[in-house]
Ligand binder design. Structure first.
Ligand code: ATP
Length: 302
């Protein structure tokens, strides 16, 4: 009888893996029609993460040959530190996160992790080392517990709850009539953008990768949700190298290093305080976002 079930088990395994791969891709890039398949080099070794030191060296990339989007980016992200990437819409921020996950390969320069060129290692090992929290997380039509638990195969209920607590979503789940067994997705509970992102953060906490790439949701959040997300971001970024693509500058005031991308180049870099003193693009973005926030708060108070 066991033999009869083995192929079925195998099918389940393949299905889960293919599905996980698809979901990661879809969630991350919002597209399924992947153009060029990236292939591993023959005999490529696995990535071996020792410290999580990420470096971008003269990184260049264009989706089309005649239009360069990233024009020679040099950034050093020391192990365990947080890099925030900010800048105007279309600057190339999300493109950078796609290259880190090797959805595309650079046309020039390289990305290394602990000295290994990410193009020269297996994609499987690269993707196992990086936890991605995409802008718009896709949830399965399944229970909320399942949606968190798939971050790590075989995770028990206690671990799922611990991750949910770390992502500040446990209290929300606990007050649902069916708790962790509540169905989410099209045929179940609809979650807000902020809640979905926290589910994705819980999933990543469970996966516990040495490197984190977080593409912040662009959707406007009320200040309470924003504060909760900031808190969870601090939890998830602790003890690992983190790269945060940020739309709200308030999210990244504590980052070790902020890089301002503008038209595919690093226009400014420094800490929040240093960049404010510079009185350049960052300072201007900060002043604008602060006054927008004040207006919103004044409207909300009316
Ligand atoms: P935003 O803050 O609006 O998310 P961004 O800084 O993340 O912007 P990217 O999404 O990296 O910007 O896009 C950079 C440029 O690359 C844009 O001009 C965009 O039109 C172009 N681009 C993005 N994706 C593709 C694609 N799949 N094919 C061709 N061009 C693309």
């Amino acid at each position: 009888l066991a033999q009869l079930f083995r192929p079925l088990d195998m099918l389940g395994w393949v299905y889960r893996n293919v599905r996980q791969g698809l979901i990661d891709m879809e969630a991350m890039f919002g597209i399924v029609d992947t153009e060029a398949e990236i292939e591993d080099m023959q005999g490529a070794p696995d990535l071996i993460v020792t410290n999580g030191h990420v470096r971008l060296q003269d990184l260049r990339f264009g989706y089309d040959a005649d239009r360069e989007i990233l024009k020679g980016i040099d950034v050093d992200v020391p192990p365990g530190s947080m890099l925030a990437v900010v800048g105007p819409s279309g600057a190339g921020k999300s493109t950078l996160s796609r290259l880190l996950f090797r959805f595309y390969e650079p046309t020039g320069g390289r990305i290394t992790i602990d000295g290994q060129d990410i193009n020269k290692v297996t994609q499987k090992s690269l993707r196992a080392a990086i936890g991605i929290v995409p802008q718009d997380s896709v949830l399965f039509n399944d229970t909320i517990g399942y949606n968190i638990g798939y971050g790590r195969e075989g995770a028990g209920q206690a671990e799922i709850e611990a991750a949910a607590k770390g992502a500040a979503i446990h209290d929300f789940i606990a007050q649902l009539p069916h708790g962790y067994d509540s169905q989410v997705g099209e045929r179940g509970l609809k979650l807000s953008g902020g809640e979905k992102q926290r589910v994705a953060i819980a999933r990543t906490l469970l996966k516990d990768p040495p490197i984190l790439v977080l593409d912040e949701a662009t959707s406007a959040l009320d200040s309470r949700t924003e504060a909760a997300i900031q808190e969870t971001l601090r939890n998830v970024a602790a003890r690992r190298t983190s790269i945060v693509i940020a739309h709200r500058l308030s999210t990244v005031v504590d980052a070790d290093q902020i890089v301002v991308l503008d038209q595919g180049q690093v226009a400014e870099r420094g800490t929040h305080a240093q960049l404010l003193r510079k009185n350049g693009i960052y300072a201007e973005m900060w002043t604008r976002q602060q006054s927008e926030r004040e207006e919103e708060e004044a409207e909300a108070a009316e």
